[in-house]
Design a binder for this molecule. Sequence first.
Ligand SMILES: Cc1cc2nc3c(=O)[nH]c(=O)nc-3n(C[C@H](O)[C@H](O)[C@H](O)COP(=O)(O)OP(=O)(O)OC[C@H]3O[C@@H](n4cnc5c(N)ncnc54)[C@H](O)[C@@H]3O)c2cc1C
Length: 344
Amino acid sequence: MRQPLTILGGGLAGLALGIGLRQQNVPVTIHEAGQYPRHRVCGEFVSGRGQQFLERLGLGQALANAGAVPARTIVLGSTRYISNAQPLPVPALCLSRWQMDARLADEFRRLGGDLQAGRRLDPSQVGEGWVRASGRRPAATAGLRWFGLKIHARKVPLTADLEMHFSPMGYVGLCRIENDEVNVCGLFRRETAEATGPTDARQLLLGLPGSPLHQRLARATFDDQSFCAVAGLSLQPVRAAVRPEVCIGDAVTMIPPVTGNGMSMAFESAELAVAPLVAWSQGECSWPEARREIARRCDQQFARRLFWARQLQTVLLTVPLQSPLMALAGQAPWFLRMAFARTR
Ligand SMILES: Cc1cc2nc3c(=O)[nH]c(=O)nc-3n(C[C@H](O)[C@H](O)[C@H](O)COP(=O)(O)OP(=O)(O)OC[C@H]3O[C@@H](n4cnc5c(N)ncnc54)[C@H](O)[C@@H]3O)c2cc1C
């Protein structure tokens, strides 16, 4: 007889964990506030070790059938400069969250998981037998505020599978996804007291007039249904060991999105949690022991990456450095290779 587990949050981390546990015959219920399919603010670019966990879960074919496309090349741009296309050090997988979350939810249900969608639960009830996979924790809004926007578009002439355009406000990524669509996703910052700047959030995604980004999107047609926004993002790294509950994915800590590695961390943390949770479910360890082991594994795997991701984000968002850095990245493949190696 195995003890059942409950997961708060049916995003990527919660669903991947649920699938991993069902494959070991653990009874699992996931509570998800939203419904599937749904749009999420995300660059929709999966890069890093989490891709291998998706393969190990046997999801590669389902995601390919849903239209996942590989990304093999990247260009980097500022408001004045755009680099040549470079090969990505490791190819990435690109699929809308509309498809990705729904395919994972289907697989969880197919394996006999109980998915309760459409009701937000109080996170304070997370205790023994519960895993918190409820995504980012909203941050206080003093000082710099970070917010994200996303929309899907067509008729966007890209010169690489992924384009990253940096500006004084933040950056916008353009990424090819399924059905010849392009994901247009940006992370922006604004001082709490700042009252200037576009009031139409979508204008931010279009870039400054005259910039390479603005030119790319000049003739684009947008899928208004896909537009979404998220605010109150905390980009301060947090150690899993200080969290009182079992947490995975962004609920532990959020890696700066500029790395394109948050989804991978969600999948990786789910994989790291499977064995300790199966051991608890079989009565082989106590809940505090399982919690400590999951936190230890996560901190060991992520602490160094979170440190480097923070340095990378600071450098890339330092406005006077943006054009020289984009030029360097376009001419010196070691720069991209180093940035990838340090954050993955
Ligand atoms: C602007 C931006 C761009 C990004 N681009 C990329 C990228 O290109 N590549 C990449 O790898 N990562 C990217 N990320 C990060 C990535 O989106 C996250 O790291 C990833 O979604 C984390 O997965 P998760 O399952 O932890 O959280 P989520 O995907 O946020 O899922 C959490 C789930 O929990 C549910 N939930 C929350 N509270 C409750 C509650 N009380 N009751 C019930 N359900 C609840 C939510 O509805 C949600 O479905 C980006 C992030 C941002 C902000």
